[in-house]
Design a binder for this molecule. Structure first.
Ligand code: MN
Length: 234
């Protein structure tokens, strides 16, 4: 358990501004099941499950308080970006969590996948939550201190709108472990003035859009399908 006392563990706690009373729970948040099995340790799965819910709450709380006049549909788009694997993976990298994750020897070839990084980032927040005595307020203010400004800025920069194809794929992978498909429905106009119509579909969700390039038509179609999926919950 030397990892508990390593310099990197110290640095992580300094960066998040929280010192663990029970560092073992921090260790658990960083332990992949491949390593846990070999070393008789607990892995991060349950923490990830709880952390996922906490981060969802913090992000929605932050977005609705910062942007009270934004429509629910737009808020759902923002949220799906800020809780996405891609985004959480980036936050994990900023904390150098990739250096700390415990994977089994066979799998540890220097590279940690984005999904494991995002998962451990979620687990980290559940670990803090449990360690501090399950105080949502404590963890929420820590989260806000670290990320509120950053997220608000990203919203203002419209960063969350950049790539609907990626957003959609993450959403469908997460929900159903499936990817959407794209199909060119029609191509109109002369060569120098083409107009593409692309249809995007996954499960019962289907939408099409037109664009001057296949790519832009795909992006718009992906946006529409994502909106359909996100609004189907209510
Ligand atoms: Mn996860």
């Amino acid at each position: 358990m030397h990892a508990l006392y390593s310099k990197e563990f110290e640095v992580l706690q300094e960066e998040i501004g929280y010192r663990f009373k029970d560092p073992k729970i921090l260790l658990q948040a960083l332990t992949h099941k491949s390593y846990a099995g070999e070393h008789g340790l607990k892995s991060y799965e349950t923490l990830e499950f709880l952390g996922d819910a906490l981060i969802n709450l913090f992000v929605v709380d932050l977005l609705t308080s910062e942007f009270p006049h934004t429509s629910e549909g737009e808020l759902a788009m923002m949220k799906s970006y800020f809780v996405s694997e891609e985004y959480l993976c980036r936050l994990a990298e900023e904390l150098s969590m990739d250096q700390l994750i415990l994977l089994s020897g066979r799998r540890r070839n220097g590279h940690v996948s984005a999904s494991i990084l995002a998962d451990t980032f979620e687990a980290l927040w559940a670990a803090i939550y449990i360690d501090c005595g399950r105080s949502v307020d404590t963890v929420k203010s820590l989260f806000n201190k670290l990320y509120r400004y950053k997220i608000v800025n990203s919203v203002k920069e419209k960063e969350y709108k950049k790539d609907y194809k990626t957003l959609l794929q993450e959403e469908t992978q997460r929900r159903w472990k499936e990817r959407p498909t794209y199909r060119v429905v029609s191509v109109e106009g002369p060569h120098h003035d083409r107009l593409f119509e692309v249809e995007c579909s996954i499960r019962e969700f289907r939408a099409s859009a037109k664009g001057r390039s296949k790519k832009s038509a795909q992006q718009m179609a992906a946006k529409r399908v994502l909106e359909l999926i996100l609004s189907s919950e209510n």
